[in-house]
Design a protein around this ligand. Sequence first.
Ligand code: SF4
Length: 726
Amino acid sequence: ATLPGPAPREVATHCPYCALQCGMTLREEHGQVTVLPREFPTNRGGLCQKGWTSAELLTHPDRLTTPLLRDPVSGELRPASWDAALDRIVTGLRDTQQRHGRDAVAVFGGGGLTNEKAYALGRFARVTLGTRNIDYNGRFCMSSAAAAGMRAFGVDRGLPFPLSDLGRADTLLLVGANPAETMPPLMRWLTEQRQRGGKLIVVDPRLTATARQADLHLQPLPGTDLAVANALLHIALTAGYVDESYVANRTTGFTAVRRTVAGWWPARAEALSGVPVADLEETARALGTAQRAIILTARGAEQHAKGVDTVTGFVNLALALGLPGRPGSGYGCLTGQGNGQGGREHGQKADQLPGYRKIDDPEARAHVARVWGVSADELPGPGVPAYQLLDSLGTASGPRALLVFGSNPVVSAPRAARIEGRLRDLDLLVVADFLLSETAALADVVLPTAQWAEEDGTMTNLEGRVLRRRALHRPPPGVRTDLQILTTLTTRLKGGAPSYRLAHRKGPLLTTIEHAADGADATDGEHGADPRAVFDELRRASAGGLADYAGISWERIDAADGVFWPCPDEDEADSPRLFADRFATPDGLARFHPVEHRPAAEEVCAEYPLYFTTGRVLAQYQSGNQTRRVGALRRAAPQAFVELHPDLADRLEVTEGEPVRVVSRRGEFHAPARLSAAIRPDTVFAPFHWGGAARANSVTNDAVDPISGMPEFKICAVRVEKAGTS
Ligand code: SF4
């Protein structure tokens, strides 16, 4: 990447993409930015192709460097000044709220935003706008595991132990996780685990790159993981693997679970899931006889309308075997997005305030209101989860204006055509992004934002380790950081809302702008946002909460390889391992919950006879807005595909590479067929990284988990046809 840059320099930072947050060094020399691997405890010098190529977007020709406004006559997006763009937004927001009330404006965030941005976005929504309608795309990522962890352990931290524990486990069970493609450097720990003689077992309907490396691969029918979990616990009970002392002293509620799993004899689970009894028994034995065992779930288990219960089934198994809290053992979730963990802790979730506090808890409201300089009565109550929010946009009772930061729901939401229609129905859609995503292309106003290498901030990785993302250089002219945008909007909106004025007078977000991108706001008396000042306020807001950052300073992060929350005191140690003595429940005991298998929200039938499931490929990331533009990644994974078993392809008379159409009750998409014996003959798979006619989420089901709000991305009923047929 060629940049007009001054002196050569290097900065130690982290990859802009996934939750592993691999350490990397960025070097800028003679206008070139190079990515170098960096020793860090999570990746130990490794990077995947996405990380290696991440600097390319800094100077990509598609990069946005000026605001865009939709021309009312031509209907096209046209370059505009920041003043014009901000005026349009402020006028639109004021008008919308005056006509329809405060909740008529909604905010949609993302799990890739820094902690500071996630925090500032929550505050902006609740204090500046006074709306209850805020949620984020992390709802589509790990929300089911978060809810299951909360109800079992009293806290949700993806991994309650450091990644290094994976290398020490005698048995490692991965459920619906494919790190060989989603976070390859993590595989170093799995290699170490097997080199030490450990056993790797993978549960996945596909023979993924990770499953190929496993000692045992269980290949259940999509949507039957919970039956597998209950059967494993049934076998563990029968064979005497349950740690009765641990269950008696550290948990509560096992009696009901014992009754539930009694009915899940292995043959019943085999009949439902297709996993042979012998494999279930071998898995239970490997877990039950291991000195150290770890169970990990990821999206495959979680993205279901019964995702919380499915994860709970595996948490029950881990608790019954006495794993959580023992070194080298436990249950964890492999969070996906870069700040999937931190993104859910600081208040951009509909039901939460900073510190992972419940928004309907009076004490939590009082604490956060004090930090924000407002009255607790002024804070809105809980909003609705992401899909419900998106599906209400532009309707008679839903929000009329939406601000999107760090998300591309036109590609990533389930039943995406419907959501695209909702976005089109809005009176005002504002998108802040550094590329013209499919969502930004629909917007009335697009604001060009800084990239990860152009601003400071913190991220919290999948271990709960808070990291420093460091700026290599300033953003290019015309571009602003999300924090600057939020602060500028706040300043411009003031006068319309008393709570806003109060918050501004007292809040530290009004720190002097350190580097105004184009100077426009510096001259008219408005202010940007210093991420360090935002982080310091975040620390105060989180103090005493579950995710307590009070003792975490940027200096402390710099002095070590990150700091694990909870960390209430600067002078005390942080918390790499949780649950050694007690869980985060009032009585310190973990909670069992009996959970029963139930069918998917949509079953196959004569018209839609195949199961459809979505996932990821190595060279692309999330909605693909970034990675589809990177040359090496585009060459490695140039287009979507539909993975079919050769037997199914024979039946359909489809050949390798032939265009096919995948049709569900909600829509269809087109992509070339890819034949592979790695998938069950009754199931088809497609990656969800592409939009347009190849958008896999055009067919996915918008049924959601009643607890987490997670949509059922991982199973719906479809038919597959040759693309030329009707
Ligand atoms: Fe980046 Fe994740 Fe790849 Fe590491 S594994 S380089 S964090 S995308």
